[in-house]
Design a protein. Sequence first.
Length: 465
Amino acid sequence: MLTIIGILLILLGIAAIALRKRELDRNADTSEAIRTSRPAPKPFHNPLTFKPTWPIVAGVLVIMLNGFFFWAEAGTAYAVQYPWGGDKMVKTQGLKTKYWGRTIALSYEISIKDIIPDRNGEGKEIPKNDLGTYNRTASQWEFADAIKADIATAVVVGVSIDDEDQFLRMADRNRSEQKLISGRVMPNIDAALKNTCKLMDAQDYISGQASEFDRYFRDQLENGTYLVEEYYQEQDEPEVIGDTMIVRAIQPRNATKQKRYRIKRDGQGNILRDNKSNTLSQYGVRIYQAQVTGIDWESSFDERLQLQKEQVAQTQLEKQEAEKEFYRAKKEVAKGESDKAAERARLEKEQIQQTIEAETRAKVAEQDLIAEKKRYEVEQFKAKSKMVEADATYYENSKRVAAGLTPQERAQLEKEIAIGVAEQLKQLTLPSTVITTGGGGGKDQASLLESLIGAELARKMMAGN
């Protein structure tokens, strides 16, 4: 901007000089006309009345001022190279001095994309390159099984601003950010893609090893490309078709050998790398992101994939039908086993119930036997008690008989007997009519009456007891 202003000031000074010269020429013509008595020309009015050297000097100063300062953008590091041979790194934004030196701008983070254009020529367009953003058309690469594809990548690299000497050395050798990207980073991206494609089949990529492809790609950009070696693989293993529970293995008729590549390793198993060709680490260029964003397979492989999908779909349908029959048979077997188990459980339940009932009856009988034994023992003890009591009474009576009763005791006993007989006679109810037969006299009738009274008296005595 200052340069444009300086140029405009210089042009303004040159215009003032030209107008001043024209004014002087017109004044000379007017003086000559007056001297020779000719008509005087029309007077010329100069709009620039200032001294012409002032804008020229001001323009030169402005242009010199532009070489003295420069504006540092945010997110950009600058290598300033002075005319006398010194240099320095500027990594902060704002107005900085460069003393008419040269500045090399390098972004902190630089985005590099390989973009796959639309096959029909419509749709995706390659954006223009700018400071910190570089785009190019994706290249076609060949996998280990000779399948070709356009690979789109997204890589983000960054320059190291921690080591000033390394940064200045990188800027001095590359002289611009565009040259660094096109001459250093992009060739390393291509080499990493080429090696990674050698190590993998296209079929393996679509079968779930895409993440492995990204890992190989980034590892080579960060640490150096792999050294690979050729080997021949014999294809004598059966090919397994399908991914369900039931699979089929197809044995190849003739074993074939295919050329393959693998990572070269030393005796300790460490990966060997081509560190000389990878100059990114030498200049402190860091890889912040490296991944594959898309793959456009060649048309023949697309047709092959479509055919494989149809075959796999047909195989899956057949396997599903086979699995249905298999599980239907298993279901019938399981149903039979379930019925057998239910019947076995029912019989076992009945057996357990019968066993419990038998055990219960046995225990009841055992308890009855114990109770009967107890009752027997009780009756024995009762009998023994009665025998002892009878023996005691007999002994007491025998003693009393042997000892005899005193007159008072005898009189008291007779009195009690008489009183008891009288009370019983009082309560005795005799029949109103008594019919007797026989030829006896009154003595026989009296005997009959006594018998009746005695019987009734005995009955009441027993009822009272």
